[in-house]
Design a protein around this ligand. Structure first.
Ligand code: TRP
Length: 484
């Protein structure tokens, strides 16, 4: 059985998984679209009250069960294997398009270094996005094939500190720009009036779960490589703080540039690849800044793609009994095929599905909705079906953090996930205002709706079937019966 070589190595790998494009590009996008500082309060609450307890549960289960996401679900009930594989599929689907964006960051780093930052319209009108997607996928596969020690931890130990260092230098540069204070004010001025908007909360929860990569079995997988008897809550605090720190730091790099050069903070996905290069071109030492910025994006992204691929590789390897290298080759090949349509949608081939670029479609369905649904399945299965005594002893006794974590994971987190998902679907139906959510351009289109509905219906059917097969009494499960 593979093990991290030290606690520090585990922490850096877990931070590597958490810190990704989500922190740098998605965080500033969501912040921009939700009115700047207003968004920070729900976001911080989402991180510490919701994402972190689930993260503690996830790592603890990994460390106790010593298995993959699939075998962890099987331990609770052999029939729950289906849910384990469902989560694996969601992670692999997210990975397939996340790698396309990772490819863009690599492409931009290389092209900026060689000539000038390309215009996104030109870049996405060539075959380069496909080529860089293939390279990013092969790099990810290569690192994973080297294993936990020689691959994953070694790359995280180098790339994560490098990311932070470069961002610190870029943020220091940002303080020299005339738009620095405006950027700072925009980021940190809270507006309490918008807190009543459920969609703002929905956006914050979505981003918190995405950014901490929680509820998808990634941290469970990383937890299995940990030594026993460590203080897991402390680790999750470090991981969450590091993730938040990098997101803030990235905001401090991006917003001063945005305000200095009169760009739009709500530009969304366009920001990193379209607006910022325009600013870089006008800045003193802009080329260096541009290369550094895209390199940070790439470093952050690749440590995340590695963690996602590891989930699939570990699960498949365990069930097929293949070697790590053989499994990784198979998974890499599969992801190349799965991600190709997304990569082609942002190339000269402009592959679309009913007018929507495939990558946007993927992000709007599996990326935005697959995640809460998976986190829901995860928290419900483990917090409800694992005997309370097992949970308590895994969490270090009934008086400790278990007192908080169990009720949070049982009632509050699923409740919030269900509510925000419903709010999202309602916004898709045009019932509420959609402007606050990232990328809701496409919500409301039929395809989009079908995707969402399919995910929700499949999940419900899975849960209900699992309940039935197990002969469980829902009333009792819902807390009306005594279970001690
Ligand atoms: N957390 C990463 C980011 O912020 C992305 C990520 C890694 C992720 N693993 C994930 C997102 C699993 C969803 C599911 O970019």
């Amino acid at each position: 059985m593979e093990r991290w070589s030290s606690t520090g190595a585990f922490l850096l790998a877990a931070i590597g998984s958490a810190v990704g494009i989500g922190n740098i590009w998605r965080f500033s996008t969501v912040l921009g679209q939700n009115g700047g500082g207003a968004y920070l309060i729900p976001y911080i609450i989402a991180v510490f009250v919701f994402a972190m307890p689930l993260m503690i549960l996830e790592i603890t289960l990994g460390e106790k069960f010593r298995g993959t996401i699939v075998s962890a679900f099987r331990r609770i009930n052999p029939r729950f294997v289906v849910i384990g594989w469902f989560l694996c599929v969601i992670v692999v689907l997210i990975l397939s398009y996340y790698l396309v964006i990772t490819g863009w960051t690599l492409g931009y780093t290389v092209l900026t270094l060689a000539t000038d930052a390309p215009l996104f319209s030109e870049f996405s009108n060539s075959l380069l996005p496909i080529a860089f997607f293939v390279i990013a996928t092969l790099v990810t596969g290569l690192v994973v094939s080297f294993g936990v020690n020689r691959g994953i931890e070694r790359i995280s130990i180098i790339l994560i500190p490098a990311c932070v260092l470069i961002l610190l230098i870029l943020a220091a540069y940002g303080t020299l720009l005339p738009g620095f204070y405006q950027g700072l004010t925009y980021m940190f001025t809270p507006d309490f009036s918008v807190l009543a908007d459920p969609l703002l909360w929905g956006a914050a929860f979505g981003q918190a779960f995405f950014s901490l990569s929680v509820g998808m079995g990634i941290l469970l997988t990383y937890g299995t490589y940990m030594k026993s008897g460590q203080h897991i809550p402390r680790f999750t605090l470090i991981i969450s703080l590091a993730d938040l720190f990098v997101a803030f730091l990235a905001g401090l790099v991006i917003f001063p540039i945005v305000f200095t050069f009169g760009l739009s903070p709500t530009a969304g996905a366009e920001l990193a690849f379209t607006s910022l290069p325009i600013a870089f071109a006008q800045m003193p030492a802009g080329k260096v800044v541009a290369v550094a910025f895209f390199a940070v994006l790439f470093f952050a992204a690749i440590t995340s793609t590695i963690s996602m691929m590891e989930v699939g590789v570990a699960a498949l390897r365990e069930s097929l009994g293949w070697s790590r290298v053989k499994t990784t080759i198979a998974v890499t090949g599969g992801i190349l095929l799965l991600g190709l349509p997304s990569a082609m949608s942002y190339s000269s081939l402009a592959l679309k599905l009913d007018g929507i670029k495939i990558l946007d479609f993927m992000d709007e369905t599996v990326g935005t909705l697959g995640l809460p649904v998976s986190a829901l399945l995860f928290s419900v299965t483990f917090a409800w079906y694992l005997p309370r005594e097992t949970l308590e002893s895994a969490l270090g006794g009934e008086d400790g953090i278990a007192r908080w974590i169990i009720p949070l994971c049982r009632y509050v987190i699923p409740g919030v996930l269900i509510m925000t998902t419903i709010a999202r679907i309602a916004s898709g139906l045009g019932i509420t205002n959609t402007y606050l959510l990232p990328g809701t351009r496409y919500i409301g289109l039929l395809w989009q709706l079908e995707g969402i509905t399919a995910i929700v219906v499949i999940s419900l059917v899975l849960i209900i079937t699992a309940c039935r097969l197990r002969g469980c009494n829902l009333r009792k499960r819902l807390g009306f019966g005594s279970r001690k």
